[in-house]
Write a protein that binds this ligand. Structure first.
Ligand code: GAP
Length: 444
């Protein structure tokens, strides 16, 4: 199957089954902005909750934070985003299209007579590259002309840096410690695309770890290991994950060292998370621009220093896309194509479907009672419409790990069948043991 075909099928499945819709679709859609439907919102929440658990709840040395999207405009001067968060762009004076200067479709050198526009084909109409800032601007205050310009944050990290002393003072943490945050970020990307891979509005799951200078290289390695293990534990195929080390020309303005975790998507290997050694760049710049001392005082050692920062930065939407791509498969079963989303049970939006075999003879009542019991424990779905085979297929497409069927025998023996999504094998389980059976199976 051609690679683009896989993505087309996944996009269509996501719309059909209520995972992801194009934003404002009835108005023709808004470029590279997407909405999450009933199954999609559960899937993405599960990804974010797993991250939060690994970062905040399972550790004593990381605190959570939820900083505002709007920040003082000077934050972005200090961070280097006003001057440095830019892409060089080329315009076609003929057809008015705009391209990144490194767009492989551009022929010749933009700004010269031989350069050719990849859309309208005109020669000599491409401008020289000009820098374009990727931050979205908006106005704060009731009268637009007098209002201050503020930016929609292009990364969540800055909300952590400007609050680091507040968190330190309000918690009982000592360096080394971290602050974790999940939240929206916005970038006016020039070449967004590949579904929810690169969008203009997205969510980041970022953690900034504050360490004593000199220990940063060691922490950087430790966080690299931990983050790769987290992706493995999410159920992603290890063979489709790899490291990419940033060379000197790739490093962001703030980074001393950086590695990306890449996944092999149908459209090629691409970054899903970055791990960066940011040194004292951020706290140093905020100290300088705000005039406020941001040093840490180590009482035990009697030392004062500006901590170095090791950052782990993953996109919640990008990881959700990775989970979807990794889970998607087609199989031939009895001459028919079975489409399955083989999610890890921890991220599956629905954990079990409860299905009466037929809509009569007391089966719906028994199934409904089992559903009422199960839904108190984990997200479940009740479905009594259509042939049982079709109901199984619908649940396979939704990535539901288990289907529980109530049949004639259930009324006599008080047992049900539990069908496993991946193997399609069925176990006979007594109704009394059903909850425990499913809970054990979901824990894996
Ligand atoms: N604070 C560091 C930072 O923002 P980044 O490499 O620019 O680093 C980190 O972004 C992660 O955020 C990426 O690995 C990706 O998962 C996600 N991300 C960045 N831009 C995105 C976009 N336009 N759409 C979706 N996710 C994006």
């Amino acid at each position: 199957m051609a690679d683009t075909a896989v993505m087309d099928k996944l996009v269509s499945l996501c719309k059909r089954r209520g995972f992801i819709f194009q934003s404002s679709e009835i108005y023709g859609g808004l470029g590279s902005v997407w909405d999450y439907g009933p199954l999609g919102v559960e899937l993405k929440r599960n990804v974010k909750e797993r991250w939060w658990r690994a970062m905040v709840h399972d550790r004593d040395d990381i605190e959570g934070l939820d900083a505002a999207i709007l920040m003082h405009p000077r934050v972005w001067e200090a961070s280097g985003h006003v001057s440095g968060f830019t892409d060089p762009l080329v315009d076609c004076r003929q057809c008015k299209n705009r391209f990144r200067a490194d767009d492989p479709r551009l022929k010749g050198t933009p700004g010269t007579a031989d350069a050719q526009c990849p859309v309208c084909g005109s020669r000599g109409t491409l401008t020289e590259p000009r820098l374009f800032n990727l931050m979205f601007k908006t106005f704060m205050g009731p009268v637009e002309e007098q209002a201050a310009i503020v930016y929609l944050r292009p990364e969540t990290a800055q909300g952590i840096y400007v609050n680091y002393l507040n968190v330190l003072q309000g918690s009982r943490q000592k360096v080394p410690f971290g602050i974790a945050q999940v939240g929206k970020a916005f970038r006016n990307e020039i070449t967004p695309g590949n579904f929810i891979f690169r969008t203009r509005e997205f969510e980041q799951m970022e953690m900034q770890f504050f360490v004593k200078p000199g220990t940063d290289a060691e922490w950087f390695e430790r966080w690299r290991e931990l983050r790769m293990s987290w992706h493995h534990a999410l159920g992603l195929a290890p063979a489709k994950l790899r490291w990419h080390e940033h060379g000197p020309t790739e490093l962001a303005h703030y980074a001393r060292a950086a590695y990306d975790i890449e996944y092999e998507f149908p459209f090629g290997w691409n970054e899903i998370e970055g791990i960066h050694n940011r040194g004292d760049f951020d706290l140093g710049r905020h100290q300088q621009h705000s005039g406020k001392k941001l040093e840490y005082f180590d009482q035990g050692a009697g030392e004062r220093y500006l901590p170095f920062i090791v950052e782990t930065s993953a996109g919640a939407d990008r990881v959700t896309l990775t989970v979807l791509v990794d889970a998607y498969r087609e199989e031939q079963v009895e001459g028919e194509t079975r489409v399955v989303l083989g999610f890890h049970p921890a991220v599956a939006p629905i954990k079990a479907a409860i299905l009466p075999l037929v809509k009569k003879d007391g089966m719906p009542e028994l199934a409904m009672a089992a559903y009422d019991d199960m839904r108190k424990r984990f997200p479940c779905f009740y479905d009594d419409s259509g042939a049982i085979g079709r109901r199984y297929r619908r649940m396979d497409e939704a990535g539901t790990p288990f289907c529980v069927t109530v049949d004639g025998e259930s009324l006599v023996e008080r047992t049900v069948t539990v069908r496993h999504r991946d193997s399609m094998q069925q176990d006979r389980v007594s109704l009394d043991r059903l909850a425990g059976f499913l809970e054990d199976a979901l824990r894996g």
